[in-house]
Ligand binder design. Structure first.
Ligand code: SF4
Length: 328
């Protein structure tokens, strides 16, 4: 097996509710094409950052990879097992090995339950140990994520913790079952800037200690640079560029990637000629034909408006979908 997670041709279309008059007039149903043909691989112990604006389909991709969303089309192999074909019961058995760290630590914790019990809960829900052992292991993992003294933290409720502490609780809860694959969805975007580095470092430590594979969803290339081995840039439901983190950040190819990088002043990346893109990301119900970025691309050519660019490898592990790099 070459990779822990292999996704091929993933699509997720959400049907748009029709009005009564549209039903009466038999107007065809519209679909939000949130993810529209994503293929990716995540190696053992590897972190792949999925980067893009909001509305690009990153979170839906992540949710499909851990079985929280059923794909409309496509295949997902985890440890060689086809996740899309598993029953709910079979998926539940795999769940301890695949976990998600959500963006909003406050919303993902139950305000009425002690944080220690919430950390212990996955062990009990999945029948991995009894209540006493679960408590012991929760105390250990609270300690491991830096929440000390763990016996005191265990008894607290989410509102009695700071934002950074709450995110550590969420990480502890995800890690307590010793997952092999984690989807971290913007895990530092809602916490104080001064605390972000320590949370990212904690995730990197888990990766090193446990050979953890991670899909790290972020809109921030500076964060991707800190945590990822590889980066995939997503635009309107598709990956438009992918490669080793250094290669994509220091030698971006796709105009969208260049625009993302040139809009981040803090990352100490060599100053790119400022590339501004105009307008908003188009509505995923009505995706432009051809290259879906052509409505905002300063380099758009005639063929970009009608034909989708092929995937081109410019080096062994750096690929892009853009007509600028095609010999055709
Ligand atoms: Fe721009 Fe054309 Fe490349 Fe799309 S294919 S990014 S429109 S140059």
């Amino acid at each position: 097996m070459e990779a822990l997670v292999v996704a091929k041709g993933l699509k997720k279309y959400f049907p748009v509710r029709r009005t009564i008059s549209e039903v009466v007039l038999m107007k065809s149903r519209l679909y939000v094409r949130a993810v529209d043909g994503v293929s990716l691989e995540i190696g053992f112990g590897e972190t792949l950052a999925l980067v893009g604006e909001s509305g690009s389909g990153k979170t839906t991709t992540g949710r499909m990879l851990i079985g929280l969303e059923k794909p409309t089309e496509g295949s997902i192999l985890f440890e060689g097992i086809e996740l899309t074909k598993l029953s709910k019961k079979a998926l539940r058995k795999i769940r301890p090995r695949i976990q998600m760290i959500f963006q909003d630590p406050y919303a993902s914790l139950d305000p009425r339950v002690k944080v220690g019990d919430q950390v212990a809960q996955p062990l009990i829900v999945h029948g991995l140990c009894n209540a006493d052992e679960a408590r012991e292991r929760a105390l250990e993992i609270l300690e491991r994520v830096g929440l000390t003294p763990s016996t005191e933290i265990y008894e607290r409720y989410p509102h009695q913790l700071s934002g950074g502490q709450r995110q550590r609780v969420v990480i502890a809860r995800a890690m307590i079952t010793r997952p092999r694959f984690v989807v971290a969805d913007e895990p530092v975007s809602m916490i104080d800037v001064s605390l972000r580095a320590s949370i990212l470092e904690l995730l990197k430590e888990f990766k090193r200690e446990r050979n953890l594979s991670t899909l790290f969803i972020t809109h921030d290339l500076a964060v991707a640079k800190l945590v990822a081995d590889r980066v995939a840039v997503m635009y309107l439901g598709k990956i438009v560029e992918e490669g080793a983190v250094e290669e994509v950040i220091y030698n971006p190819l796709h105009p969208y990637t260049k625009a993302l990088i040139s809009s981040v002043p803090t990352i100490g990346i060599r100053v790119l000629e400022k590339l501004k893109i105009v307008g908003e990301i188009p509505n995923p119900i009505n995706i432009p034909p051809g290259c879906r970025f052509h409505t905002r691309c300063p380099f758009a050519m005639d063929k970009c408006k009608s034909y989708e660019a092929p995937w081109i490898y410019v080096s062994e592990r750096h690929g892009v979908s853009c007509w600028l790099y095609s010999a055709e």
